[in-house]
Design a protein around this ligand. Structure first.
Ligand SMILES: O=C(O)C1=C[C@@H](OP(=O)(O)O)[C@@H](O)[C@H](O)C1
Ligand SMILES: C=C(OP(=O)(O)O)C(=O)O
Length: 737
């Protein structure tokens, strides 16, 4: 085995120096890891615990023979240590440090050397513990932690690469940043919290009954103040070294605390809830945003696999969660309204939560969701604030497209982005008509997100013929139309869901709808209202198909939205011979609702009328399964839009059904599915919720187990799919690894 380098000298064997030595030794990064420390006991301990290979007492030869020298000393000692090693330094030796501030380290190097040596690459491992000393060394301390390098423009590139590789070998993720930016970011994320923890403990300790306070202080106090047990000298040095940035952050925090104090003094519930709900969700949100995953999946690295086996017939009554399309719109319109909107039946899924978070980021106070109830304190059409950063919409196409329209009309700039899947979906279809209205909106390469919007533009109403039948584009334009001068008129090539139109009317906005055309005049305000969201027909569709293909089934799915712009799946299944009836018709917030009653009846392949495609667009994964279970061949055309959903759904369904032994051919725009016996298989969900759920349904009539991989994304639209499926009688379970 060859080593990366011959000798590494670590000066300062505290927690960081010791842990780095241990990790580098473990990974065999250098032939020799030498250590130096002023304290001879620490040095001896490092040797005894086999943290270092060699204990150095005299720096002369140790410095001149080292390939890398790491300064793991308090930042304040940097200058003295650099002066001490300077006389023996070899020109090729690369020096780095591990100090938590960087500007002063750069200054120290300038003082000692006249200018910063090109081989000096400052660094900062963002890892630590309240423990200190060489005995606490932990070779895993840096695993999955970030190390920030702050090389200067003139720094040697290969030296930077070497230090990056050194840290990577410990399992750390290495990033680069400018010196000033580093100190600013760290003041906010590390130095301020430490100062607060020290100050809080000190303040409470001074109180007369401090013993009781500490004795009875439960989790919150302990969690918040853990870091107050950190090394006082080190933190003293940090405060001196990063004085100005830290003062800025303390002032910022003090202002925020004063606002909260005032809200408490005046019992201003709205402000208090605003601060707490924004903080709570921001905390959850940042993790997601940084990992680029779907919005609020609780377990980041969890892989969810579904296992399904054929079982008995489905019976009884089930409920599926609230409609996703309507939930998105309810948050948007509630936020833009004057007054408080109460929502019930809200879908608590990742996609709809992405919309909630976006509006919280824009200053809207939203309580909940709690058991489907959400309360939105509307800010009016012109009351949104500029968000503190890009709006991250996870996996939610509806959210990103509708928000593009709404935000193109605001006074502030903003950037909209999403996870990997959303970043591969076409956004120009939205941007292009918005530009025609006068918006300043740009998409990235190939017309994908991030979508960058420059605010403060005057929008003008347009007459727009949509090239694709898209309710998202139509809705985004209607939202922009609320702000545009004159009237915005949209013509659709085929019928699409009209939830936006219906809900706008519930909020008191007038629209004209006629023959597939919608027009909206500007200058109208939205008045808050209460909304009841029906169950989602797109989620119900999986169980409708399941009951239609499992012999002897008799299942009722309660109170599902059956808007004609969504109910195409019912007509398609009926054309195939399914026994589907609607019972208990009602209206909820302007949407038709009914119980859907499905009894098993043998299905036959048909040619699906193209006119039904746009009103069944999200149900095609389930419809493919119905076709695979039908007698004869089903022919589909005009479904090209399926290629632009969370995955290429034509490819995903073709691949999975082929694995299950079904004869399916795709020829240009025409897809032929020949019904047959479905076999057990291992299926890839392509990280698409609807593909995962469709194959779970296919598994209910397969000859052996169907295993569907990467089902995490089911949480974007139907977080309790497994529980509902089990209740309906499906033999399904999930495995989390
Ligand atoms: O407006 C909506 O809520 C939706 C419209 C459809 O998208 P398109 O507008 O891209 O067809 C649909 O696929 C999506 O799941 C939700
Ligand atoms: C396409 C879908 O959603 P969105 O476009 O909102 O991501 C869907 O839910 O099937």
């Amino acid at each position: 085995m060859s080593f990366m380098v011959n000798r590494v000298l670590i000066i300062g064997l505290g927690l960081i120096g010791g842990s780095l030595a241990k990790a580098l030794k473990n990974k065999r990064f250098a032939r020799v890891i030498a250590g130096y420390d002023r304290n001879s006991d620490d040095l001896q301990q490092g040797l005894d615990l086999e943290i270092i290979d060699e204990a150095v007492s005299d720096l002369t030869t140790a410095v001149s023979t080292a390939d890398i020298i790491v300064l793991a000393v308090p930042v304040k000692a940097t200058e003295a240590v650099l002066s001490a090693i300077k006389p023996y330094l070899n020109v090729n030796t690369v020096i780095t440090d591990a100090g938590s501030t960087k500007a002063n380290v750069i200054q120290a190097a300038q003082k000692v050397f006249g200018s910063v040596p090109v081989n000096f690459i400052p660094g900062h491992p963002i890892a630590g513990s309240e423990k200190s000393g060489v005995a606490s060394s932990d070779e895993k301390l840096f695993v999955k932690h970030k190390v920030i390098l702050t090389p200067l423009a003139e720094s040697n590139k290969s030296a930077t690469r070497l230090i990056a590789r050194m840290w990577q070998s410990t399992g750390a993720e290495v990033l680069q940043m400018g010196v000033e930016r580093h100190d600013e970011v760290l003041a906010a994320t590390s130095h301020l919290p430490h100062i607060l923890a020290f100050s809080l403990v000190d303040t409470l300790a001074k109180e007369q009954d401090s013993t009781d306070i500490f004795r009875y202080a439960a989790g919150g106090f302990r969690d918040f103040t853990r870091i107050a047990a950190s090394d006082p000298t080190m933190w003293h040095d940090v405060c001196i070294a990063n004085k100005q940035e830290l003062i800025n952050q303390i002032d910022n925090f003090t202002d925020g605390l004063a606002v909260l104090r005032q809200a408490i003094v005046t019992s201003d519930s709205q402000s208090m809830l605003g601060i707490f709900t924004r903080a709570k969700s921001a905390r959850e949100h940042f993790n997601k945003m940084l990992s680029g995953t779907a919005y609020s999946q609780t377990h980041n690295n969890l892989h969810v696999t579904f296992h399904v086996r054929a079982g008995s017939a489905l019976h009884g009554r089930i409920r599926v969660p609230g409609d996703k399309s309507i939930s998105h719109r309810a948050v948007m319109l509630g936020a833009l309204a004057e007054g408080v909107t109460n929502i019930s039946g809200f879908l608590e899924s990742e996609d709809s939560m992405a919309t909630v978070q976006a509006f919280r980021d824009m200053g809207v106070v939203i309580e909940g969701p709690h058991q489907g109830k959400v309360k939105i304190y509307g800010v009016g059409l012109h009351g949104l604030y500029s968000p503190p950063g890009p709006l991250y919409l996870g996996n939610a196409g509806t959210s990103l497209r509708l928000l593009s329209g709404l935000l193109a009309a605001q006074a502030f700039d903003c950037v909209l982005l999403g996870d990997k899947s959303l970043s591969r979906r076409p956004m120009e279809r939205m941007a292009e008509p918005l530009r025609k209205m006068g918006a300043s909106i740009e998409t990235a390469t190939d017309g994908f997100a991030p979508v960058v919007i420059k605010g403060g533009q005057t929008l003008m109403g347009i007459d727009y013929q949509m090239p694709v039948a898209s309710a998202q584009v139509k809705s985004g334009l209607l939202l922009a139309g609320l702000y545009a001068r004159g009237t915005t008129c949209i013509k659709q090539p085929a019928m699409t869901r009209d939830h936006t139109e219906r809900m706008l009317r519930s909020f008191g906005v007038e629209l004209n709808t006629h023959n597939g055309e919608v027009s909206i005049a500007s200058g109208q305000i939205l008045t808050a209202t209460d909304l009841e969201i029906p169950a989602d027909i797109s989620s119900a569709a999986f169980f409708i198909v399941a009951a239609a293909i499992i012999p002897d089934s008799d299942l009722i799915i309660e109170q599902v939205g059956v808007n004609p712009g969504r109910a195409g799946v019912l007509q398609i299944l009926q054309l195939m011979g399914a026994d589907v009836t609607l019972e208990n018709h009602t209206q909820r917030s302007g949407e038709p609702v009914a119980d859907i009653h499905v009894r098993y009846a043998p299905l036959t392949g048909i040619t699906i009328p193209e006119a039904l495609v746009s009103v069944a667009i999200d149900e095609f994964p389930a419809i493919f399964v119905a076709a695979a279970a039908a007698k004869g061949t089903t022919c589909l055309s005009g479904v090209g839009e399926l290629r632009y959903k969370e995955s290429d759904r034509i490819q995903a369904m073709t691949e999975g059904l082929t694995r299950m032994g079904i004869d399916i051919t795709v020829n240009g725009d025409v897809i032929l599915i020949k019904g047959g016996e479905l076999q057990g298989a291992k299926i890839c969900s392509f990280n698409d919720h609807r593909i995962a759920m469709a194959f779970a349904i296919a598994g209910t009539i397969a000859t052996s187990e169907v295993m569907i991989e990467d089902c995490n994304y089911v949480a974007t639209s139907f977080p309790d799919f497994i529980e509902v499926a089990q209740k309906a009688g499906i033999r399904i379970h999930k495995e989390e690894t």
